[in-house]
Design a binder for this molecule. Structure first.
Ligand code: FE2
Length: 430
């Protein structure tokens, strides 16, 4: 496309002037995207129209379409390329890059989260254990541009709010000094998804076969493998077992023991082999479970405001930051009032054919529940919440109600939907 050929030529000329310095590239890419902003020059759909009528296209960097729905290379230079990525659904992938450059929001908007990772132990070059810290969350709107630095200086996730969204990325092919390109699994692991060990890959595929059949000795064979496995393999095996045992009733397939008991047996084998390190695995699975729950519920909601709210629950594990984002998007109202309004609407929204009381799956989302939730959003303690409710209800505030408030406070702060907002996760096991 002519616009991107011109943009690419401009960056190529300027970068050559800087002797193709990797350090200079993010700044040059950002500057060029600001001087020639794609959102003011190109409609995202022009790129699709161009592609559908093309007889000849730049060399494509991601032919299978692993990153984007789809990714299309619009300019392919000798040292960098320019891509467009369409996104149908938001992704919560947290990652760093083995390249550098800049990206630009061409269409839609996103929740952009920046993290830091504090490694405690590199088990090998492809897997590290440490603690992730959310440093900053921002709302990225159409037309905004951000630099991409290589490596751990720029660990981020980009959750696209609109369907579809489109981003333009100006990037080098590879920055060798900053490999590997870790993906991060909240709250503790860094994993290189591009590294493949053929033996472990084939062993994992075989375990999948045993579990899905299900083979009568599947658990024994898996247990035996776990008793000899390295930690990364242990994580992968437990991940597979956890996913399987959560979705299958093992009483029917593996004899009398329940899936939970079978999983616990495997987990204990892993603990005997790797000690306390294994205890970092369940919080990672819990976070996956939490995210899947919110993603599932978000998929059943059509209102943009409600989808925005659930996107925040998914991506912003911090009460104050979540409220800041609501204020930024809807500045005319108090953010707690806005959230409570959404909660009341969602509490009344039922999914057709579902046995759940509402789309959030909250059993008793009554006035008491909403009162406690409001207090939590306002940062009040359990005692303050109880005191406030007593004052509001006067003589109507009974001991039973006091106990209910305490129970609600506890259940909301530990619920899958809200726990990340209100609970303080413990730091890495001592
Ligand atoms: Fe990225």
């Amino acid at each position: 496309m002519k616009f991107f050929t011109e943009l690419g030529s401009l960056i190529e000329r300027r970068w050559r002037e800087c002797n193709y310095s990797e350090e200079a590239f993010p700044r040059l890419a950002e500057q060029a995207l600001q001087e020639m902003p794609p959102h003011k020059n190109v409609d995202a759909w022009d790129t699709i129209r161009w592609l559908l009528t093309a007889t000849d296209i730049p060399q494509q960097q991601d032919v299978p379409g692993k990153f984007g729905n789809p990714p299309i290379t619009l300019y392919s230079g000798p040292r960098f390329h320019i891509d467009i990525y369409f996104w149908l659904d938001g992704t919560t992938s947290i990652h760093q890059h083995a390249f550098c450059g800049a990206f630009h929001v061409l269409m839609g908007s996103s929740i952009h989260s920046h993290y830091s990772f504090h490694p405690q132990q590199f088990l090998n070059e492809h897997f590290a254990v440490g603690e992730m810290v959310l440093e900053k969350v921002e709302l990225l709107e159409q037309g905004q541009t951000q630099r991409i630095s290589p490596g751990k200086a720029y660990i981020h996730s980009l959750f696209h709010l609109d369907r579809p969204s489109a981003t333009i990325c100006v990037r080098t092919y590879h920055t060798t000094t900053e490999s590997p390109q870790y993906n991060y699994l909240k709250p503790y692991f860094a994993n290189d998804p591009f590294y493949q060990d053929v033996l472990t890959t084939k062993q994992l595929q075989s375990v999948s076969l045993l579990l899905r059949m299900p083979h009568p000795q599947a658990v024994e064979m898996l247990d035996d493998l776990l008793s000899r496995a390295d930690f990364q393999m242990t994580f992968n095996l437990l991940d597979m077992a956890w996913g399987h045992f959560n979705h299958n009733t093992l009483e029917n397939t593996f004899g009398l023991a329940t899936g939970k008991e079978q999983y616990q047996r495997l987990f204990e084998t892993a603990r005997r082999r790797h000690g306390q390190l294994v205890d970092l695995i369940p919080p990672v699975f819990e976070e996956v479970r939490r995210q899947n729950n919110v993603i599932h519920r978000r998929g059943q909601i059509t209102s943009p405001e409600h989808r925005f709210f659930l996107a925040l629950l998914l991506n912003v594990p911090d009460r104050q930051r979540m409220l800041d984002m609501v204020r930024q998007k809807f500045p005319a109202s108090d953010p707690v009032d806005t959230v409570m309004e959404w909660m009341e609407e969602l509490a009344l929204t039922k999914v057709w054919g579902s046995s759940e009381p509402n789309v959030l799956g909250i059993a008793d989302c009554d006035d008491d529940y909403l009162f406690v939730l409001r207090c939590l959003l306002e940062g009040k303690s359990k005692a303050e919440t109880s005191q406030l409710y007593a004052t509001e209800l006067g003589e109507e505030f009974t001991t039973t109600l006091s106990e209910k408030v305490a129970e609600l406070y506890q259940s909301i702060t530990t619920s899958s939907l809200f726990s990340s907002l209100f609970s303080q996760r413990n730091a890495l096991a001592a």
